[in-house]
Design a protein around this ligand. Structure first.
Ligand code: GLU
Length: 317
């Protein structure tokens, strides 16, 4: 099924129906509990927000409720790092799916401190370290938040300090990953400083609407709209989308590509940013996670959306 010219009204019907159908779900997965501040989020919440090339924003559910973007931030920090240093970033991080949990340390030892991809924790920490080089932590956090605000067109986006501190106090495994990479020479800054920046980027709070708006540059080949202001090169946007498709959902990346067929990045706060190139940027959120750490309802909602719109990147367009 392809809908080359799906009207905004038709899309609104699809989005509304998905939210209504999912509102009846009993099986919502389990909220992440390893970050204490996330353990107390109500799993009944759900939001779906879709931004079209014309700039229409179609919302369903709790689209204006902020959540912790967590690993979805890795997409934005990667864009900042690529903008700063271009291709040389790839000497520090690979571009292959890991097949291991997002916080695995085993692979890092086998591969001499070069993480498999920028979306597992080790890879994201290396990318954050690259952004931090030459800056104070506060400045690096500012660069990342400013980038997110610019792409979302929304200056009100903030960091939830309580979440950042909650993770900083308990992030023993990330500390291990960072120290390990420092020992291999793949971190250039003080690991504690790099982790401080990393926890703050993960603690950015956004709504589904803001997330969908912030993803536009990936949907429109590096621009905020078709023919609009350029954020990064088209080539970089395509590369980030390729990584989202292959590595964006932890150990469930193959399953997400199979079921949904869209580049996407999920986070343990229950958010997924997905991109239908040329057609839409999508923010989806529901806090309950499945066994591999992806939002149960957001994954399902995106599968339904891709089915009903024909937006899979594998469908003829
Ligand atoms: N801040 C989280 C961590 O480092 C991010 C995890 C995630 O969303 O995948 O564990």
């Amino acid at each position: 099924m392809t809908h080359s010219a799906l009207s905004t009204d038709a899309l609104r019907v699809i989005v509304t129906e998905i939210a209504e159908e999912l509102a009846e779900s009993d099986d919502r997965g389990r909220v992440a509990s390893y970050i204490p501040q996330l353990a107390c989020i109500d799993p009944q919440q759900f939001a779906l927000s879709v931004v079209t090339p014309d700039g229409d924003v179609i919302n369903a559910g709790d689209a204006d409720t902020p959540f912790s973007i967590q690993s979805v931030s890795k997409v934005f920090t990667l864009a900042v790092a690529l903008g700063q240093m271009g291709e040389s970033l790839w000497s520090r991080v690979g571009r292959e799916p890991s097949g291991d949990p997002f916080n695995s340390i085993v692979q890092l030892e086998h591969e001499q401190g070069i993480p498999r991809n920028p979306f597992i924790n080790a890879g994201a920490i290396a990318v954050t370290d690259a952004v931090l080089s030459g800056y104070e932590p506060r400045e690096a956090i500012g660069l990342i938040v400013e980038f997110i605000r610019y792409t979302a067109g929304d200056d009100t986006i903030m960091i939830d300090e309580t979440v950042a501190r909650s993770e900083e106090a308990t992030g023993y495994r990330n500390t291990a990953l960072a120290n390990f990479m420092r020992d291999f020479g793949n971190l250039t800054c003080d690991p504690a400083m790099t982790l401080g920046v990393y926890y703050h980027q993960c603690a950015v709070a956004m709504t589904a609407r803001q997330l969908a708006l912030a993803g536009r540059f990936l949907a429109y080949d590096g621009c905020l709209a078709p023919g609009g202001s350029r954020v990064i090169s088209g080539r970089m946007a395509r590369q980030i989308n390729a990584l989202m498709l292959t590595c964006g959902h932890y150990d469930g990346s193959g399953e997400f590509a199979f079921r949904v067929g869209l580049p996407g990045k999920s986070g343990v706060g229950g958010a997924i940013l997905a991109v239908a190139p040329g057609r839409a940027s999508i923010g989806c959120w529901s806090p309950g996670l499945n066994a591999v750490g992806n939002s149960q309802l957001a994954s399902r909602a995106l599968e339904m959306l891709a089915d009903r719109t024909g937006w899979s990147v594998f469908a003829p367009h």
